[in-house]
Design a protein around this ligand. Structure first.
Ligand code: CUA
Length: 320
C-alpha cells in the first residue's frame, strides 16, 4: 500500500502492511489535528482581535457540549490507537508453534546465527519464504538490537537474557539487517542481511553448506566435554537433578519457590548455578561463567530441550 512512497522501506513480511497502516493512521490523525489547530488559531486571532484600546472581553460561559466534545473525541481516538496497537504488539510477540527456530548472538560487532540443523552464519541469515521464523536473541557483551526494516521487526539482544522475535517473509530478496542500539565504536558497521529464499531454494542452500552437527548434537558433545554428564545422570544416581523431561516443567526450588524450566532458567543454571537451587540438592555445581560462550550455551539449551523423560516414569522429586 505504501511501498511506492520513498520514505517507507520495502514491505517484506506479514507485519509490514499492518505496522504501516497503524503508522499511517497516527500520521493522519496528527496532520489533521495540527492543521485544524493552526487554522483555528489563525482564524480566531483575526476574528477576535482587539478593535480599540477601550475594548475589554466580556464574560464567557463554558458550553458543556463543547467541553464534552473535546474530551470524549480524543478519548475515543486514543482508545482506538490503544486497542489497535496492542493487538499488533501481541501478535508480534506470539510466535506460532510451528515456527522455525534460529539462534542469534550479538557481539561487538557482528551477528552470529545458528540454525537448528547446525548451519552457522555471520552477518547473514537465510530463511525460507512464507514460513514463520522465531529468533532467539541474546548478546555476548552489551545490548544490541536486531532490526530488519523491511520486516518491521526490531528486538534488543540483551546479555544474560533470551529474547524472542518472529516474522514471516513474504517476498524473496536480500534485506538490510542493522544493529539499532548504540554498542560502541563500530556500531554503524554492525550490519548484515537477511536473505529470503523460495522454500526449495532454501532446502538446497541447507544441503549445500557444511552443516556440521546439529545444534542439539553440538550441545550433547559439550555436555560430555564439560563433564555435566558426571552429575546429571538420567537415573537418580547423580549429584545433580535429572535433566530428562525437564524442559518446560515447573521446578521446585530449595527456597520453597518454583521456577519454569525455560531457556532462560537453563542458561542461568549453567552460568549462575547458585541462583536457583533445586529442592533436595546441594549447591555444589561450579559456575561456568566465562567458560562457555553464548553460542555454546544455546547449544546446551537446545540439547537439554531434546531430553525426554523415559516412557512411563514420573520425574520424581524434582518436578512438583
Ligand atoms: Cu551492536 Cu549497535
Amino acid at each position: 500500500m505504501f511501498s511506492d512512497l520513498p520514505f517507507f522501506p520495502q514491505q517484506a513480511s506479514t507485519f509490514a502492511g499492518r505496522v504501516d497502516l497503524l503508522y499511517a493512521f497516527l500520521i493522519a490523525i496528527s496532520v489533521f489535528f495540527s492543521v485544524l489547530i493552526f487554522a483555528l488559531l489563525a482564524f480566531f486571532a483575526v476574528k477576535y482581535r482587539r478593535r480599540g484600546s477601550d475594548e475589554w472581553p466580556g464574560r464567557v460561559q463554558e458550553p458543556l457540549a463543547l467541553e464534552l466534545a473535546w474530551t470524549l473525541i480524543p478519548l475515543g481516538i486514543v482508545v482506538v490507537i490503544f486497542v489497535w496497537s496492542t493487538q499488533l504488539y501481541i501478535s508480534m510477540n506470539r510466535p506460532p508453534a510451528q515456527a522455525m527456530d534460529v539462534y542469534v548472538v550479538g557481539k561487538r560487532w557482528m551477528w552470529k546465527v545458528q540454525h537448528l540443523t547446525g548451519h552457522r552464519e555471520i552477518n547473514e541469515l537465510h530463511v525460507p519464504l512464507g514460513m514463520p521464523v522465531k529468533l532467539h536473541l541474546t548478546s555476548e557483551d552489551v545490548i544490541h538490537s536486531f532490526f530488519v526494516p523491511a520486516f518491521r521487526i526490531k528486538k534488543d539482544a540483551v546479555p544474560g537474557r533470551y529474547q524472542t522475535a518472529w516474522f514471516e517473509a513474504t517476498r524473496p530478496g536480500r534485506y538490510h539487517l542493522f544493529c539499532a542500539e548504540y554498542c560502541g565504536t563500530k556500531h554503524s558497521g554492525m550490519i548484515g542481511s537477511v536473505v529470503v529464499m523460495e522454500p526449495a531454494e532454501f532446502q538446497s542452500w541447507l544441503s549445500g553448506g557444511a552443516a556440521g552437527a546439529s545444534l542439539a548434537a553440538s550441545g550433547q558433545k559439550l555436555f560430555a566435554e564439560l563433564a555435566c554428564v558426571t552429575c546429571h545422570r538420567p537415573d537418580a544416581t547423580g549429584r545433580g537433578p535429572i535433566l530428562d523431561g525437564l524442559f518446560g516443567k515447573t521446578v521446585k526450588l530449595a527456597n520453597g519457590e518454583t521456577a519454569t524450566a525455560d531457556e532462560a532458567y537453563i542458561r542461568e543454571s549453567i552460568v549462575t548455578p547458585s541462583a536457583k537451587v533445586v529442592a533436595g540438592y546441594q549447591p555444589v555445581m561450579p559456575t561456568y561463567q566465562g567458560l562457555v560462550s553464548e553460542e555454546s550455551l544455546m547449544q546446551l539449551v537446545a540439547y537439554i530441550q531434546t531430553l525426554k523423560a523415559p516412557e512411563g516414569t514420573e520425574r520424581g522429586r524434582v518436578i512438583q
